[in-house]
Design a protein around this ligand. Structure first.
Ligand SMILES: CC(C)(COP(=O)(O)OP(=O)(O)OC[C@H]1O[C@@H](n2cnc3c(N)ncnc32)[C@H](O)[C@@H]1OP(=O)(O)O)[C@@H](O)C(=O)NCCC(=O)NCCS
Length: 142
């Protein structure tokens, strides 16, 4: 794997939206938090994304997607997003997923009841309808 990783810029939006759409992940709220998204490129081609919404010392991990599967790219993106959040003082990270609950325990996430999520995270549009009510909610505490 020899990809370039960098933080997203506003003119990356079209490529990010296309990648998220291609894997059926919601776009709602993503553009507003784009500055906290980590991207991975193979040359000029966007091949992966991991996004973080920040609410004080609570983070919401979202928009994790890769187009090159099974080579460690998804894990690298998530780890970078978590490391960056930790450097910014984020101690608790929440996520909602319908498709990848078995992917996230390797980073320390555990499933929780929706009511157990840090209140600050409820500001996220993912809690306000962008993700189905049946989504699994997971929490990482450092
Ligand atoms: C989830 C996703 C980002 C993983 O990316 P990836 O680049 O293939 O992941 P990696 O190569 O770093 O890791 C591969 C490992 O993750 C596991 N994995 C990959 N996708 C998974 C999923 N949807 N659920 C559970 N485990 C998954 C693989 O089985 C493999 O496990 P192993 O290490 O035990 O062999 C990718 O499958 C994807 O884009 N899925 C569609 C979008 C999505 O569902 N995102 C999550 C939304 S919260």
């Amino acid at each position: 794997m020899n990809f370039e990783f960098r933080t997203a810029e506003s003119n990356d939006w079209d490529a990010v939206a296309a990648l998220l759409t291609s894997v059926n992940l919601p776009l709602e709220g993503a553009r507003e938090h784009l500055e906290n998204f980590i991207l991975s490129f193979d040359g000029d081609e966007l091949v992966g994304v991991a996004g973080m919404e920040k609410y004080g010392n609570v983070g919401l991990l979202r928009s994790v997607a890769t187009s090159r599967r099974g080579i460690g790219l998804g894990q690298a993106l998530v780890q970078q997003a978590l490391d960056s959040a930790a450097l910014n003082g984020i101690r608790r990270v929440v996520l909602l997923t319908t498709t990848a609950a078995d992917f996230f325990p390797r980073f320390g996430f555990r499933p929780i009841q929706r009511e157990e999520a840090p209140i600050a995270a409820y500001q996220s549009i993912e809690f306000q309808g962008a993700c189905p009510a049946s989504s699994i909610v997971m929490l990482l505490e450092n």
